[in-house]
Every structure is written in structure tokens, then in C-alpha cells.
Design a protein around this ligand. Structure first.
Ligand code: 5GP
Length: 401
């Protein structure tokens, strides 16, 4: 397809929320848009959505042709859906709205708040909830609670979009417009940090086919050597958090000064500062085929923060590799290295063993975190450098992109 970069040929309603150039096939809807800092690609056209809304209205109308149901739209996301649904609904009906919120950014915060109650007299009436999207089902649970203490005749649930892969399955969903994969979408009422609601089509967060690795390794296991080889072999950028901190603090960047202020006060540097440094480094390397994250994450909270940050860029951790080695072998290796380099922490056996203990303690929860995501791989770090690179490559070559 031939794309021209043309912002101005979009409908003005679409243009409003979009900051930058968009790739547009002149005969179709925008295929790639940018909202805030993230790219989204066309997922459902206006026609496909209207067809799904029309057939939902038809199905529901067939069930309620002998009575006047109350449709309850869930704000903010459902406003466009409710509007089009009502226009397609062929019989008498009433409409009301509730407002709940659970999403911030690209992932659910899990907090569901009721901001508006249904005001109509709903006793003895049939109520059909009109949800824009059902994802985990947390919002739905809150909605059902809203209606459990009322005397409605009947209570049903309709959702235009439904992410069946992650729905908790607690309640039956009576009417579904379209089942969609577990990817973040915007448009047709759905927002990304409040932008994108006015788009008439639906867009999916763009995934990149990058290769992003998290690498762990005990001191002396050859992590630095292997990261250096892998970055050449796969055109990756090696981000060592230790180096990143030293660079930012030495050059007195804004983030470096911020980190220094916490250190000077004897406090831990908050994870967000590290994430911001990582973000800057990722943005400095737009051509990279991927990144090797080394030294971060060190806690489960940091791993979650890294996932969230990468998701906002349409990226993800593809795999986590740990270079394992027997403590005795590593101790000898480090003592040897200490003799040559003069590094004091490599010359004291008790200090070395403490570092191993700390590594085991810190990485254990992370191993669980990445194992649960099916991304954890461990390889032996003992052997010739080339052998270890081969073991790592065998894993990397099979990682899903
Ligand atoms: P749940 O409580 O089922 O996890 O999520 C339901 C609410 O989260 C929806 O009403 C919607 O506001 C928001 N949500 C869920 N998935 C998405 C998505 O892919 N995109 C957007 N923009 N919002 C979503």
C-alpha cells in the first residue's frame, strides 16, 4: 500500500486529539495514529463497528419487543456506543447512565469507583447494561453490585467489545458485539489518557517486533561479557542501570541531580527516577532492534513498572535470561579476577559470598515473576565464552517477538 503522510485529510473530529503526522491511505481511515507518546494502528473500521452495533441492537430488540427496557450506559467510554445503539434500536426504550472508572493509562489499576448512580425508578423494569468493553471483569462486578439490592425485574449485560482471554468469567455476558484479543484499544469512546475518544474507528496499541531482554547473572558469571557480545550480534542496546546512574550523575542531568538528592539524603532512589532514565535511554536509541536490560528490574514492583513503561511504547520484555553458575566455581573465578584487577570486593571471600546471597534473595521473586509470564530461561554460565553465547543465542532465537 502507498501511504502518504497527511494529517490534514483526516476529518476534523479525528484531527483534534492527534498531535502529529499520521500515515493515511487516502481512500481509507488513518492507519497509524499517535496519541500522547504511543502509536496505535487501525483495528476496526467505522463500518465494522456499526455492523456490530446494529446486530447487537437487533438481537436485544428481538428479546424485548414486548416491553420497554431501560438501557444503562457506562460512562465515559460507552457514550458513542449508546448513541449509535439507540439510533439502531427499533422499539421504545429508556436510557440512563452510570459512571465508573478503573483504567489509568494502558493497564487497569484495579480501582473501580462509582461516580453516579442510576436515578430512574427501576423497580419491576428490565435493565440492560450497555458496556463499551469488558476486560478483566472488575468493572462489571461493581455494576452487578449496583443492581443487586434493587427490585429490577431482570438484569442483563451487553458489551460491544469483549476480551474473552482475560475476562474472569464471574458473570454471564448476555450480548457480545465483538470478541477481541487482549490488546489495548482506543477510539469510538475509548481513551488513552483521555485522548482518542472522538475517533470513529478503533485502534490497537502498536506492537513492535523488537527483542528486549532482561539479563541476570551472579557476580563473575560473565554477564557483562555476554551482554557485550549479544548487543553486537543482535543489534541491541545494552542498558546497564549502574552505568546509566553513573552517566546521569556525572553529567549532572536533571535526573542525575534528582537521584543524587535522594542518595545525599540517605534515601533510596524511587523506581520512577530509574524508569525515567531508562525511558530517556530507550528514546535516545530509536533505531535499536531491542534492548538488554541489565541491573533493572531488581524487585517485582520494578518488573511491573518496566512492563508498564514498555507497554506504553508498544514494546515488551520478550525474555529473561539468567546466567547460573556454581558458587564455588564463581568464588575461585572472582578471587582470581581480584588478584589481577585489584578490586577489593573481588578479593574478600566473605564479601563475595554475601553478594551471592544477595543475588539469590533478590532474583528469586523475579524468577517467579517472569516464570509466571512464561519468559524465564536459565542457562549455565560455566564454559568457554563462545559456548555460553551459543546457549544464550539458542534461547534468544526462539523467543516470541
Ligand atoms: P475491566 O474492569 O473489565 O478490567 O475494564 C473495564 C473498563 O476498563 C472499561 O469500561 C474501560 O473503561 C477500560 N478498558 C478496558 N480495556 C480497555 C482497552 O483496551 N482500552 C481502553 N481505552 N479502555 C479499556
Amino acid at each position: 500500500m502507498n501511504y502518504t503522510i497527511l494529517h490534514s485529510c483526516l476529518p476534523s473530529s479525528t484531527r483534534a486529539g492527534i498531535k502529529k503526522c499520521i500515515f493515511v491511505d487516502p481512500n481509507e481511515q488513518a492507519t497509524l495514529i499517535k496519541l500522547h507518546d504511543s502509536y496505535f494502528e487501525l483495528f476496526l473500521s467505522e463500518e465494522e463497528i456499526q455492523e456490530a452495533v446494529g446486530s447487537l441492537a437487533e438481537k436485544i430488540a428481538a428479546d424485548y419487543k414486548d416491553e420497554v427496557p431501560i438501557f444503562v450506559g457506562v460512562l465515559n467510554g460507552s457514550f458513542m456506543f449508546v448513541s449509535d445503539f439507540l439510533k439502531a434500536y427499533p422499539h421504545d426504550c429508556e436510557v440512563s447512565f452510570v459512571k465508573l472508572s478503573s483504567y489509568q493509562g494502558l493497564t487497569s489499576t484495579g480501582i473501580v469507583e462509582t461516580l453516579l448512580d442510576v436515578s430512574e425508578d427501576i423497580d419491576g423494569r428490565s435493565v440492560v447494561i450497555l458496556e463499551d468493553i469488558i476486560d478483566t471483569g472488575r468493572t462489571l462486578q461493581e455494576l452487578v453490585h449496583l443492581f443487586t439490592n434493587t427490585n429490577v425485574k431482570e438484569f442483563r449485560i451487553a458489551s460491544l467489545f469483549y476480551k474473552s482471554e482475560i475476562y474472569n468469567g464471574e458473570y454471564n455476558i448476555d450480548y457480545v458485539g465483538l470478541e477481541i484479543p487482549n490488546r489495548f484499544i482506543v477510539g469510538y469512546g475509548l481513551d488513552y489518557n483521555e485522548l482518542g475518544r472522538n475517533l470513529t474507528a478503533v485502534y490497537q496499541l502498536k506492537q513492535t517486533d523488537m527483542m528486549n531482554l532482561v539479563i541476570f547473572g551472579k557476580p563473575g558469571a560473565g554477564k557483562g561479557t555476554q551482554a557485550g557480545i549479544l548487543k553486537e550480534k543482535y543489534n541491541l542496546v545494552h542498558i546497564s542501570t549502574g552505568d546509566l546512574f553513573r552517566y546521569n550523575m556525572k553529567n549532572k542531568t536533571a535526573l542525575g541531580q534528582l537521584a543524587q538528592s535522594y542518595i545525599d539524603a540517605g534515601d533510596l532512589v524511587p523506581d520512577q527516577v530509574t524508569i525515567d532514565m531508562l525511558q530517556e535511554e530507550v528514546e535516545r536509541n530509536p533505531e535499536a532492534a531491542g534492548f538488554i536490560f541489565d541491573g533493572f528490574p531488581r524487585t517485582t514492583a520494578q518488573a511491573e513498572a518496566l512492563d508498564q513503561f514498555l507497554e506504553s511504547k508498544g514494546m515488551m520484555v520478550n525474555g529473561c535470561v539468567a546466567l547460573e553458575a556454581d558458587d564455588e566455581v564463581l568464588t575461585l573465578r572472582l578471587l582470581e579476577r581480584g588478584k589481577e584487577s585489584g578490586r577489593s570486593d573481588d578479593q574478600d571471600e566473605s564479601k563475595i559470598r554475601n553478594r551471592f546471597a544477595e543475588y539469590n534473595e533478590k532474583t528469586a521473586p523475579l524468577k517467579d515473576y517472569y516464570t509466571n509470564q512464561g519468559k524465564f530461561h536459565s542457562i549455565s554460565g560455566i564454559g568457554a565464552i563462545e559456548e555460553i553465547t551459543e546457549r544464550l543465542s539458542a534461547i534468544i532465537d526462539q523467543l516470541p517477538k
